[in-house]
Structure formats: C-alpha cells, structure tokens
Design a binder for this molecule. Structure first.
Ligand code: SAM
Length: 215
C-alpha cells in the first residue's frame, strides 16, 4: 500500500546517492527481509546526525546490506571511520560492492561475528572511543549492547537506537511476551532512566531513539 506522507517526505529530503539507490534495489532483489534496510529518510537522518555532530569515529551494530553504513560513513570527514558489526556473512559480497560504488570502502571496517563478542574485543583496544553509536541488530540484545557500548561512547557522544517501537508492540494491550518486544521494553526503560543520557524517542517508522551522553 502506498504511504503518501512518506513519499511526500522523501520528495522533500535530500536525494540519495546512486550507490544507495542501487543498494536498495539489490537488497529488495536478493534478501528475504528488505524492510530491515534503513531507507531513504532514516538514512539521510543518520548522515546528517554524523555531519552535524562532527563525529569522526562511528560504531554500527547491525550492518545488514550496508545501506545505513554508507549513510553514516558519508557524513564523516575524510579521516573519519565506521566500525560495523554483522553476524550474517552471506551478504559480504553485496555489502562490499555497495561500499565500493559509494567510494567509501576505505572508511569502513566490517567485523563479522556475534556483535556482543565483537564489542568485548573492541573494548579492549586502546582506541576504543566512539563519537556516535548506532544500535540496529538483535532486539533481544539491546540492553547488552548498551552496557557494552556506553563505556566506549565519549562524553558528548550520540547514541542512536533503531526499531524501539517495534511496530507498536511496545505499547500494545495486552503487552506481547515475545523476547524481542521484552528486550526493547527493557532497553527503552534503561535508556530513558539513565541520568547520564538525554534522550528523545521519535515515533518515525519503527521508532528511533537519539540520545546524548552527558557524562
Ligand atoms: C535491522 S538489520 C540492520 C539494518 C541496517 N542497519 C540498515 O539500516 O540498513 C539487523 C541486522 O543485525 C544482524 N544481527 C542480528 N543479530 C546479530 C548479532 N547477534 N550480532 C551481529 N549482528 C546481528 C542481522 O543479521 C541483520 O543484518
């Protein structure tokens, strides 16, 4: 079904690059869940948040076909870098083809494997400090990701979490008791109540929270 408001918003937002348009088409053709891709408006929001914040080091949890990674990386200065984490290595060829088309391969490192395990490895590295973190992987694990990434997010850094409204399930009555909804409910409470963070939850698409780390 057509979403006229979404189409109108897309028409009044900056145009995606040819590489992003190509990757969106390929994702629709070659993957089972193309809806997971951030899409044009959210992608542009991510690019602008990186650009406005002046972020140089970005961490993404949940690469999928690399669409949001391109958006994040294209908001960076030339010496900026994105570390992106993905468990499914079947999409690696498509991911790199998209990044090559976007001319951004040099600014991105893909870490394949379970995100929580990769985060533990990254946290042991000396340069493990990020300006912006985007959480978009396993909804059951959002609290674990949060616990692991907060020490790596610099003071004044930005945390973005996708799918926080989970198709409205987080405020359905009765509340669903599946593990993904429960994971998101717990994460949303933890983020909203964390005195170190200033947070806004945007009821856009599946919901996206943007938070500033104060201290
Ligand atoms: C919603 S998609 C990411 C979409 C992408 N950020 C975008 O906007 O185009 C979530 C991704 O997280 C990955 N994922 C799920 N569980 C994971 C885990 N334990 N570790 C790393 N990645 C995981 C999935 O394979 C999937 O590709």
């Amino acid at each position: 079904m057509r979403n006229l408001l979404n189409e109108y918003a897309e028409e009044h937002s900056s145009l995606p690059s040819e590489a992003l348009e190509w990757l969106e088409r390929q994702t629709n053709i070659h993957t089972n869940f193309p809806r997971m891709l951030s899409g044009r408006i959210q992608g542009e929001l991510l690019r602008l948040l990186v650009k406005i914040s002046g972020a140089r080091k970005v961490l993404e949890i949940g690469t999928f076909t690399g669409y949001s990674t391109i958006c994040l990386a294209s908001g960076l200065p030339e010496d900026g870098h994105v570390d992106t984490l993905e468990i499914n290595d079947e999409l690696v060829d498509l991911i790199y083809e998209g990044w090559r088309k976007a001319g951004l391969v040099d600014r991105i490192s893909l870490h394949t494997g379970d995100a929580a395990e990769t985060l533990i490895k990254l946290s042991k590295k000396e340069a493990a400090e990020y300006d912006l973190v985007f959480i978009d992987a396993d909804k059951r694990e959002y609290c674990k990701y949060y616990e692991l990434v907060i020490p790596m997010l610099r003071k004044g850094g930005i945390l973005i979490a996708d799918d926080v409204l989970w198709d409205g399930k987080v405020c359905a009555d009765p509340l669903p008791c599946d593990s993904q909804t429960r994971g998101l409910l717990e994460f949303n409470d933890i983020l909203a109540e964390d005195p170190r963070m200033e947070t806004v939850m945007l009821p856009f698409r599946d919901g996206i929270s943007v938070a500033l780390k104060l201290h």
